[in-house]
Design a protein around this ligand. Structure first.
Ligand SMILES: Cc1cc2nc3c(=O)[nH]c(=O)nc-3n(C[C@H](O)[C@H](O)[C@H](O)COP(=O)(O)OP(=O)(O)OC[C@H]3O[C@@H](n4cnc5c(N)ncnc54)[C@H](O)[C@@H]3O)c2cc1C
Length: 416
């Protein structure tokens, strides 16, 4: 099924009866060359790039629920490449470049909107740190501008600049950052992968691995055994549980993160704004709802729902930043399970089991990484060598002392 302006008009005039499913619903085959576990953004993007970029075939994505039921459809949709450390910045900038061509590549409207991000700073020390981060961004071509308070007031007059505790002194802006429609991203990759012959198998939970003499043979699933030459695990918040089935213990904890949407309002928020003195980030959807979030709930859980204390904490952060928020009503909130790594950075690597590969540890920054994560994981699966932008994301870096601690808070997953 092709999308076009003509088709939209035709369907509008004929009761929208002509739209077909976006992908097939195949039965699992007995054996594949590549199995990707997890039909979230990263799993689907990996399957797509394996087929499209690396010309591989006989690929399946196994998803325990429905495609997009995990974090890919639960995040606050922010995309950016404003990182500091050399292990991270080139990777996220690679992702941003892929976002910039993603809709054309997939021929799917995932509403990629480069509406800018501004990270606020509240002290001279924080300004200096942001200046340093901006310089690192320029080195990888990500761009970025340090805004004075005066310049910021022109863009966002509604912020609480003179808050006695958290005065706003300026911000670091990345013009190319923004938002994308999260579930549209999953659907776009799914449709494009399906068209390249990838089998997308839903309601198929992986329950175990068949391993002989250190070599992977295939996976046990709720729909029977499926053989595979190579298996890539991309299950985000379920990483520890799935890898435990292969006897591998990960440096990852699972935590819940909540997201919030207000009632629809007239356009007020220019792009994405993040609070630098607390954890609060906000953007405005095309429908007018303020989309925002803050900290993880702070306890280990596999439940996809959070609790009231964090809702209160997030809203307090929002009120400190923009008091007018108190006039809006909260419409919806939900939660997703975060795979919090010990240094806040991801893992894209082989494992000690031949044929088993891992993509995990995305914390709450994995949506923006979706295109590059898929590309570089496919590169690793296809070539057995890490992609140039993902060489630092080794699983053994925690044992070897090469952590990528972007935030500088140490081995504290609840603080990253
Ligand atoms: C509230 C919230 C806000 C966020 N905001 C942002 C943001 O603004 N910007 C940003 O960059 N990131 C954000 N993130 C993080 C981002 O959404 C995740 O890091 C990213 O989506 C994780 O990768 P994924 O899409 O592949 O995960 P998922 O969509 O969770 O995919 C994993 C899939 O694996 C499946 N699975 C699990 N176990 C099995 C099994 N045994 N067998 C088969 N399938 C299995 C699950 O059902 C799931 O569909 C946010 C996350 C949340 C929850």
């Amino acid at each position: 099924m092709a999308f076009s302006g003509f088709r939209v008009v035709k369907e509008a005039l004929t009761g929208h009866k002509g739209w077909g499913p976006l992908w097939r619903n195949p039965e699992p085959q007995a054996q594949y060359d590549f199995i990707i576990i997890g039909g979230g953004g990263h799993g689907l993007a990996t399957a797509y790039h394996l087929a499209k970029t690396y010309g591989k075939s006989r690929i399946a994505v196994l998803e325990k629920g429905w495609l997009g039921s995990g974090n890919i459809g639960r995040n606050t949709t922010i995309i950016r490449s404003n990182y500091l450390l050399p292990g991270n910045q080139p990777f996220y900038e690679f992702s941003m470049k892929l976002w910039e061509n993603q809709e054309q590549d997939l021929n799917f409207n995932s509403m990629v909107s480069q509406r800018t991000i501004i990270n606020l700073f509240h002290s001279d020390g924080q300004r200096d740190a942001y200046r340093r981060r901006g310089n690192a961004m320029h080195l990888s071509g990500a761009g970025g501008t340090l805004l004075s308070q005066h310049e910021l007031r022109e863009i966002a007059p509604f912020l609480n600049y003179d808050n006695a505790r958290f005065p706003i002194k300026g911000g670091l802006r990345q013009e190319r950052a923004g938002t994308a429609r999260h579930d549209g991203v999953a659907w776009g990759y799914a449709r494009a992968a399906d068209r390249l012959g990838v089998d997308l198998i839903q309601n198929c939970e992986v329950t175990g691995f068949r391993i002989q003499a250190g070599k992977l043979q295939g996976v046990e699933t709720t729909r029977g055994y499926i053989g595979a030459k190579k298996v890539g695990v991309a299950v985000a918040g379920s990483s520890s549980r799935v890898m435990a089935q292969a006897g591998i213990r990960l440096p990852i904890e699972s935590h819940v993160l909540q997201a919030f949407v207000s009632e629809g309002l007239k356009p007020i928020i220019p792009g994405v704004i993040t609070f630098g003195a607390g954890h609060f980030y906000v953007s405005q959807s095309d429908k007018g709802g303020l989309v925002f979030g803050g900290d993880i709930d702070g306890y280990n859980t596999y439940a996809q729902r959070g609790n009231l204390p964090v809702i209160e904490d997030v809203l307090e952060g929002g009120m400190a930043l923009m008091p007018m928020l108190g006039r809006a009503r909260l419409l919806r909130s939900w939660g997703g399970i975060m795979d919090m790594s010990m240094d806040g950075s991801p893992i894209i690597d082989r494992t000690e089991i031949e044929g088993l590969y891992l993509n995990a540890g995305w914390c709450y920054g994995g949506f923006k990484a979706t295109p590059a994560s898929g590309y570089t994981f496919a590169h690793l699966l296809a070539t057995d060598t890490p992609h140039d932008t993902a060489t630092a994301y080794r699983l053994d870096r925690f044992a070897r002392g090469y952590v990528i601690d972007e935030k500088g808070v140490g081995a504290q997953p609840n603080l990253h």
